[in-house]
Write a protein that binds this ligand. Structure first.
Ligand code: HEM
Length: 326
């Protein structure tokens, strides 16, 4: 406990050293003093009803930041003339937690109209979700503004679960994140769930010569096959899910331990063992959960600052699902 407390204090220092000049810790202190407390309260109450919203929101933050930066563009709804990010292939039925952001936004608009951006709400809510699942706390630098553009076609920037190591390194590098950030961030797969269709190619359709991915632990593969049969009616295809690991609502280093048992769920997870540097980093995290959590926090801060809109850029949406009328 004492160790964790010390780490929390260290986090505050790490946070301030990584903040870009444009974002500030305590940004809403004068403008909307209870903003962070309101968001925390909404996330906490939603988590009590459904723990799944925590991993859902952490993933929303990742998907938001990888497309047009952390500008809340994932929260916008499609319109008759525009298919939005949230309806792009990596999102669609697999994303969750959007309604939590809506509730927080409604409560904030009631007390400080037009002040707190949807992009910032998501960044705070992602931090709160990590804390609720047992992860370390960090101060979120705020001041992001909301984008006005959201295109499903741009979700190609989000890496695919069938990517190999070079491809995932490249996709994170494209967003200004290092290989080290990437290895730490993938540990987010210690929480949450996956739909069967996101990985069943590894079980039934791996290559022209092999049905099953030889890099997948055969016992784990059998378990996955029981949960995810080969042929499914459409309705089950959309609803059948498996947990990412044995403790789906607890942030811990088990993700990295699983990799060394060849029980990473996606090809892109298992790929972390395909080079000496990434594999060594994963081994350090598997042996020392706190070392991972500290690096995870630093990487989440870097993630949450990708291509942010600040100052007079963008807008503060009144409703996170629609852009403001001119
Ligand atoms: C190579 C990079 C990544 C790939 C290919 C990837 C892919 C996926 C896929 C396919 C799912 C399951 C979706 C479903 O079928 O329901 C998933 C879930 C998840 N991902 Fe990732 N992901 C990556 C990186 C990240 C990062 C960087 C984070 C956060 C920092 C993250 C957080 C999560 C979380 C928390 C879930 C569980 C969501 C839930 O329970 O609703 N992922 N990811």
């Amino acid at each position: 406990m004492l160790l964790k407390l010390t780490l929390v204090m260290m986090m505050a220092c790490i946070t301030s050293s990584h903040i870009e000049a444009t974002l500030q810790v305590g940004f809403y202190r004068d403008k909307c003093p209870f903003a962070e407390a309101i968001i925390k309260d909404v996330v906490k109450k939603s988590f009590i009803i459904n723990q799944g919203i925590a991993p859902g929101i952490v993933r929303l933050q990742f998907h938001d930041c990888f497309v047009r930066g952390c500008d809340g563009s994932i929260l916008l709804d499609s319109t008759p003339i525009n298919q939005a990010e949230k309806d792009g292939p990596p999102n669609g039925i697999t994303i969750r937690g959007l309604e939590v952001i809506d509730i927080a936004k409604a409560r904030l608009e009631a007390v400080c109209k037009g002040v707190v951006s949807c992009a910032d709400i998501l960044a705070f809510a992602a931090r709160d979700s990590v804390v609720l699942t047992g992860g370390l706390y960090w101060d979120v630098a705020a001041g992001r503004r909301d984008g006005r553009i959201s295109r499903a076609s741009e979700t190609v920037d989000i890496p695919s679960p069938s990517f190999n190591l070079n491809q995932i390194i490249q996709s994170f590098a494209n967003k200004g994140l290092t290989q080290g950030d990437m290895v730490a961030l993938l540990g987010a797969h210690t929480i949450g769930r996956s739909h069967c269709f996101s990985f069943t190619d590894r079980l039934y359709n791996y290559s022209t010569r092999m049905m099953q991915d030889p890099n997948l632990n055969p016992y784990y593969a059998e378990l996955l096959k029981q949960r995810c049969p080969r042929v499914l009616p459409q309705i089950l295809n959309e609803t059948l899910v498996v947990f990412m690991n044995q403790s789906p609502y607890l942030i811990d280093q088990s993700y990295y331990e699983n990799l060394f048992e060849h029980a990473g769920l996606f090809i892109s997870d298992q790929a972390l063992l395909d080079s000496q540097t990434t594999s060594q980093q994963a081994a350090i995290y598997a042996a020392n959960g706190l070392a991972w959590e500290v690096d995870f926090v630093k990487a989440m801060i870097n993630l949450s600052q990708i291509q942010v809109l600040t100052g007079n850029q963008g807008e503060i949406r009144a409703n996170c699902r629609v852009i403001n009328p001119y």
